[in-house]
Write a protein that binds this ligand. Structure first.
Ligand SMILES: C[S@@+](CC[C@H](N)C(=O)[O-])C[C@H]1O[C@@H](n2cnc3c(N)ncnc32)[C@H](O)[C@@H]1O
Length: 184
């Protein structure tokens, strides 16, 4: 059984699952680029939604949470899935990895500053196939923080800049914590 230390994300993962299923229902298999994996919870949720999914987890795994190194927790939680080749761990910052491979899902949950979210979205956009889905986590995170410290302004600006290339996807359960778009 996977063990996670960040319980607040467990609740959010449950909230997000219905939306993830609806937003990706048209995709036969999920080929996922996940930017920011932490302890592996969201990567495992992709596999729960699609057992044949392939999830590339890009994360520098440099930090600690609750006094523990979360890389060790990620490794333990995803041991079986990595051995089976369904999770591919990429121990790096996303800005430092190559951007050649294509995906039909991109999940952005890494560095939450506005500049980083802009970088990650612009870099990942050409990696997303037509019909693919891009999901930004934490769209509503820290509404009182400065706009440069949170994803929201970057997400809105990205959607505006690429408006002709995408459709915004609505949540099916009223959960607006994440913002999703489908590439035309
Ligand atoms: C909110 S956590 C991810 C939570 C995870 N997606 C989940 O739901 O279980 C943010 C993660 O982003 C990672 N991160 C920070 N900067 C990054 C970067 N430049 N590229 C990729 N990941 C990054 C951190 O190490 C951290 O593990």
């Amino acid at each position: 059984m996977p063990a996670f230390t960040a319980n607040q994300w467990e609740r959010q993962a449950e909230d997000h699952e219905a939306n993830w299923r609806a937003w990706t229902a048209h995709l036969k298999v999920l080929d996922v680029l996940e930017i920011g994996s932490y302890e592996g919870r969201s990567a495992l949720l992709w596999l729960a939604i699609c057992p044949d999914a392939l999830v590339f987890c890009v994360d520098p795994f440099t930090g600690t949470a609750h006094g523990e190194k979360y890389e060790a927790i990620f490794d333990e939680n995803t041991k079986r899935e990595r051995a089976e080749g369904r999770i591919c761990k990429v121990r790096a910052r996303y800005q430092d990895v190559g951007g050649e491979r294509e995906f039909n899902v991109v999940y952005i949950d890494g560095d939450h500053t506005s500049a980083a979210v802009t970088h990650d979205a612009e870099k990942a956009w050409p990696q997303l196939v037509s019909g693919g889905v891009l999901i930004f986590d934490d769209y509503e995170w820290q509404p009182d923080a400065g706009p440069d410290q949170t994803p929201r302004a970057a997400v809105d600006a990205f959607i505006q800049a690429h408006a002709r290339e995408l459709v915004v996807l609505e949540p099916v359960n009223g959960d607006t914590w994440q913002k999703a778009i489908r590439k035309l």
